[in-house]
Design a protein around this ligand. Sequence first.
Ligand SMILES: Cc1cc2nc3c(=O)[nH]c(=O)nc-3n(C[C@H](O)[C@H](O)[C@H](O)COP(=O)(O)OP(=O)(O)OC[C@H]3O[C@@H](n4cnc5c(N)ncnc54)[C@H](O)[C@@H]3O)c2cc1C
Length: 227
Amino acid sequence: MFQELAERKGVVVKDGTEVVDVTKRGEGSILVKTASGEEFHGTKCIITVGAWTRKLVKSVAGMDLPVQPLHTLLCYWKARPGREHELTPEAGFPTFASYGDPHIYSTPSAEFQGLIKIAMHGGSPCDPDNRRYAAAGAADLVEPVARWIDAFMPDHVDTAERPFGKNVVVGAGFSGHGFKMAPAVGRILAEMAMDGEARTAADAGVELGDFRISKFVDNPKGNLKDF
Ligand SMILES: Cc1cc2nc3c(=O)[nH]c(=O)nc-3n(C[C@H](O)[C@H](O)[C@H](O)COP(=O)(O)OP(=O)(O)OC[C@H]3O[C@@H](n4cnc5c(N)ncnc54)[C@H](O)[C@@H]3O)c2cc1C
């Protein structure tokens, strides 16, 4: 919306354009260079690069600003059946923060029906160009929120039923050996999707723990062993 309004006033938006250098080109002239080799010049330049501020300002001005990006997570939780409307702005549900430990913030249920944003403020320091998007730090940023919800809003929000919940099952990572195991893997995936658990394997005493997606939480190598 902001971009559209700006464009109507004559602004040119150059999306997907990485600025690599900002230099003085003489009195009253600034030269901006991009990774694709484009050059722009003008009398003024405003830099608003969010989490990349420290990197860009250091590379163009040599100044080390104390701007430290944090890896954080946005969490949406499922309203308990029948409570969906109570959590909306129309019903008067507020935006709120809980300044305790953990520091929690929330906005009313609006953008996704039946889901409410409740998340933990903060996270651990990260490099914005090398973030581990997967489950990095997920447990640290999600479990405290779940415990807070269970303590303060247990009747309104369900922390056991995570969006997706058990309704999406991922079978991947067969490392060149998947075809011969397709019948067994197929049965496991089908039972997980239909019954919520792989009963046949469990009854046969097969340990499936090593295959859980949660093995990547705080451990990008999962259960990879050195040989
Ligand atoms: C989890 C979370 C929840 C939030 N919730 C809310 C909320 O509910 N309400 C609210 O008001 N705010 C919220 N915020 C804050 C809000 O998103 C930020 O304050 C706002 O986006 C900051 O805008 P910005 O333009 O400074 O930086 P950004 O939005 O981060 O934009 C920086 C841009 O610079 C680009 N860039 C980086 N390096 C270069 C380069 N070299 N050349 C060109 N472009 C570059 C990036 O690609 C990016 O598009 C939230 C933030 C987070 C992380």
